[in-house]
Ligand binder design. Structure first.
Ligand SMILES: [Zn+2]
Length: 291
C-alpha cells in the first residue's frame, strides 16, 4: 500500500487514508490535497479496516489481475461469510464495497496475502487465480438484476484506480468473476458499469467508433474463429460446442450485456475483434494471417 498520509483510530477500528492519483471521484469528505504538476486531480480514498478473514494464505506470485464480484448477500451476511470461519467453505476477499447511501471500502485481507475469492478458473496464462489477483466483493444481491448505484461505482472506481496503478494491472486484466470462472459464476453481472469505469481508465472496453465502423462488415462466424478470438483475448474456452457457447455467454455478460445468448453473432465477433485491435494488436494481426 502507499504510505499513509494520515491514520487514526475511532471506535476501535483503524482507519487509514491512502494517497491515490486518480481522476474526479467523489468518495470522501477528507480534505483535498493539491496534486503535483501534471498529475490527475487528487481525491482521497478512505479504507476502513474490517474483520479479518481466515480464507487467505501467503502471496507467492506476482499480482497481475483484479477480479470483481457481487456478494449475492447483504452487507452483514457477506461480512460474516467472508471471514471464512466455516471450515467447509474456504472463502475470503481483499476488499468489500458496501451498498450504503455513502458506500465504504472495507479491507479484510491485506494485498500481500492471497485470498480465496476466485476458485478454479483461468485467464490468459494465469491458472492460479487467487495467487495472482486482488479480489473486490461489491454488495449487491444480484448484479444481473439490480443496478449498481452511482455512488458505489464512484468509490469502486477510486479503489480500482488505486490498485491498478500500484500493481500496474493492465486494462484487459481487470475482469469479472464470470470471465475467469466460466460456467460457474455470473458475477458481478450485466448491470455492472464496465463501460463507465473503462471510460475513466479502469478496465477494458472497445473504442465505440471501431465497433460502429465495423457494424455492416461481414465477419467470420465460424466456431474456430470465435474460439481463437476468445482465447487470444484471455478467455479459457473448454473444448467442444458447449464449451464455446458457455465462453461466448461469459464474454457477452461482460461486453454485450443487452443480449446474452451464447450465439456467435456479428456483433459479438465485431466487439471481440475491436477489443483485440485495441489491446492486443499483434495477436489480432497474427490471427488474421493464420488460417
Ligand atoms: Zn464471485
Amino acid at each position: 500500500m502507499n504510505a499513509p498520509i494520515r491514520s487514526y483510530c475511532r471506535f476501535g477500528l483503524a482507519w487509514v487514508v491512502i494517497s491515490a492519483g486518480f481522476i474526479g471521484c467523489t468518495t470522501t469528505n477528507q480534505p483535498e490535497i493539491k496534486p503535483a504538476m501534471g498529475e490527475p486531480k487528487f481525491t482521497g480514498l478512505v479504507i476502513e479496516q474490517g474483520p479479518g478473514s481466515l480464507g487467505a494464505e501467503p502471496r507467492r506470485e506476482k499480482i497481475t489481475l483484479l477480479i470483481l464480484h457481487h456478494t449475492a448477500g447483504s452487507l452483514a451476511s457477506s461480512l460474516r461469510t467472508l471471514q471464512g470461519r466455516d471450515p467447509n467453505h474456504k472463502v475470503g476477499v481483499h476488499f468489500v464495497v458496501t451498498d450504503e447511501v455513502k458506500p465504504r471500502v472495507i479491507r479484510m485481507v491485506p494485498e500481500d496475502m492471497s485470498a480465496y475469492h476466485a476458485g478454479r478458473g483461468t485467464w490468459g496464462s494465469v491458472t492460479s487465480l487467487n495467487q495472482q489477483s486482488i479480489g473486490i466483493e461489491i454488495i449487491n444481491l444480484d448484479g444481473n438484476i439490480h443496478p449498481y448505484s452511482e455512488a458505489q461505482a464512484d468509490i469502486l472506481f477510486a479503489l480500482c484506480a488505486d490498485i491498478i496503478r500500484r500493481h500496474d494491472i493492465k486494462p484487459w486484466n481487470v475482469v469479472a468473476h464470470s470471465d475467469v470462472a466460466i460456467g460457474r459464476k455470473i458475477d458481478p453481472g450485466t448491470k455492472f458499469p464496465w463501460a463507465k469505469l473503462a471510460s475513466l481508465g479502469v478496465g477494458a472496453w472497445p473504442w465505440q467508433m471501431d465497433v460502429d465502423n465495423a457494424v455492416d462488415r461481414k465477419v467470420d462466424l465460424s466456431p474456430e474463429y470465435a474460439r481463437r478470438l476468445l482465447v487470444s483475448y484471455g478467455y479459457g474456452v473448454e473444448p467442444g460446442e458447449a464449451g464455446l457457447k458457455e465462453c461466448m455467454t461469459a464474454f457477452q455478460r461482460h461486453f454485450r450485456p443487452a443480449n446474452i445468448n451464447g450465439v456467435i453473432d456479428n456483433e459479438s465477433v465485431i466487439i471481440l475483434e475491436a477489443l483485440l485491435r485495441r489491446y492486443h494488436p499483434a495477436a489480432y494481426q497474427a490471427l488474421r494471417v493464420t488460417p
